[in-house]
Design a protein around this ligand. Structure first.
Ligand code: DLL
Length: 438
């Protein structure tokens, strides 16, 4: 049954045919938005695009105005609907650290399509109806849990809707129910991996666990390796946004050489975040996505703020849709310290690859006398090191020097006791920027 969801006719379509399908859907979408969403009626009208007929080729996409998170917030909650409210069957929202959340709405057709995309992604990740999958994303407004839930049920896998939290119980369920796959954020998977080691059960108790279906936040290759080792799983990465649908926008297949973009439903572009000009294929920049099939709340050229790159050569698995590199970071996550651009993922790569320090870290940015300072707090794996000043100092210097060579920046490295930094059950918050506080 699993293979039924490797939709070869679509997923291995030649580029010319895929371009044609996207153009057709884009033209239809533009007319649909112009006619049904007042916000787009105005935006498209101002740009002189009063119907899909104005779009002659895919590169005409660049004349369509962008949609930003602010646009979605300004139209909170239901201002961007293309259908009457009675056709909406589900509402999700992103957690949004400040102000109002961003809302995503779904018609029944959107829900069915979402499950289809999700089924495709988990199938590519090697999941079948034989699998028993524990979903440890928080159920609720977050799109992650229900998104994966519907897709996994669709392929016939057994779903355990554990939700996040109550970590001892999560481990008990994994052991008792013969769980073969875990759905979680990388941060939570990392934490569960740590608890597995301490649970007192022999590794065989968890030996059925093979798949880590992770996503919703960045995870460096070094972090992935740590998680794989501690949980005994193969990790595949999943990407998506509430504004576009949730998970199922792109995901890795078992070969893990980029996340396959579901291009028949999501049209990706990469732009220069400064000039906003589209970049040639293969260059790194901000990902912009147009939803080609959404009915309830279609989105044109959504600026994701995520930094990545797209590869267009077919994958060894035979799938031809563009492959997205792991997200490097977000334009708004990038720290500018003394004029140097720093992505937290660069620091993670250094720390997680080193001996004697754990994968848990925190970045604290402060400003003193108009000068920015970056403190990197990192947990020791072995508390006994704290007793040897010499060893501690040598390790500190080693991390400091490595960070300096990677970032080109002086940092303050603080080694902290094992287990002293916060653990996360959802997305991690590892950056504490205190520059504008107080
Ligand atoms: O995180 C949807 C999702 C749920 C994706 C479950 C995958 C699995 P939001 O909460 O709206 O939606 O957050 C979207 O999270 O713009 C990225 O910055 C980040 N993000 C999502 N997936 C990844 C990933 C869900 N695989 C925002 N790698 C996005 C890096 C990711 N960042």
């Amino acid at each position: 049954m699993g293979d039924r969801f490797f939709q070869k006719d679509i997923e291995t379509m030649g580029r010319a045919e895929l371009d044609k399908l996207q153009l057709e859907r884009l033209r239809h979408l533009v007319t649909y938005c112009y006619e049904n969403v007042p916000f787009y009626h105005k935006k498209l009208g101002d740009a002189g695009i009063t119907s899909g007929d104005k779009i002659k080729t895919l590169s005409d996409l660049q004349y369509i105005p962008f949609t930003t998170k602010e646009d979605i917030r300004d139209n909170y909650p239901f201002g961007l609907l293309a259908v009457p409210m009675k056709k909406i069957v589900r509402v999700h929202a992103s957690s949004g650290t400040t102000g109002k959340p961003t809302v995503g709405v779904y018609t029944q057709r959107d829900i069915d399509q979402w499950a289809e995309f999700m089924a495709r992604v988990v199938t590519a990740a090697g999941i079948t109806e034989e699998d028993i999958i524990q979903i440890s994303f928080g159920y609720g407004l977050f799109t992650g849990a229900l998104g994966l839930h519907f897709g996994l049920e669709k392929i016939g896998a057994t779903v355990i809707p554990a939700s996040s939290g109550n970590s001892e119980k999560q481990l008990m369920l994994i052991r008792d129910l013969g769980v073969t796959g875990l759905v979680a954020t990388p941060s939570y998977a990392l934490y569960l991996g740590e608890l597995v080691r301490e649970s007192g059960y022999p590794p065989e108790a968890y030996s059925k666990l093979r798949h880590g279906i992770l996503g919703s936040e960045g995870c460096t290759e070094e972090m992935r390796a740590r998680i794989e080792e501690s949980l005994g799983v193969t990790v595949t990465d999943n990407y998506g946004l509430t504004e576009l649908q949730g998970p199922g926008v792109s995901g890795e297949c078992i070969h893990r050489c980029g996340l396959h973009f579901n291009e028949d439903g999501f049209l990706p572009e990469v732009i220069d975040p400064e000039t906003l000009e589209p970049l040639p294929r293969g260059e790194t920049g901000e990902l912009v996505v147009t939803t080609l099939l959404r009915e309830g709340m279609p989105v044109l050229r959504y600026r994701t703020k995520d930094i990545t790159r797209l590869h267009y050569e077919p994958c060894v698995c035979g799938r031809t849709h563009a492959r997205m590199e792991k997200v490097m970071g977000r334009t708004d996550d990038m720290l500018i310290i003394k004029g140097v651009n720093v992505f937290p993922s660069q620091i993670e790569s250094v720390l997680v690859g080193m001996e004697n320090v754990g994968p848990h870290y925190q970045l604290v940015v402060t400003r003193q006398n108009f000068l920015d300072r970056l403190e990197v707090k990192v947990e020791l794996t072995d508390g006994s090191l704290l007793e040897s000043f010499g060893e501690l100092q040598a390790l500190q210097h080693k991390i400091h020097d490595k960070l300096r060579s990677v970032l080109g920046l002086e940092t303050k490295v603080t080694l902290v006791s094992p287990k002293s930094l916060e653990r996360f059950q959802g997305k991690a918050k590892r950056v504490l920027d205190l520059r504008n506080v107080g």
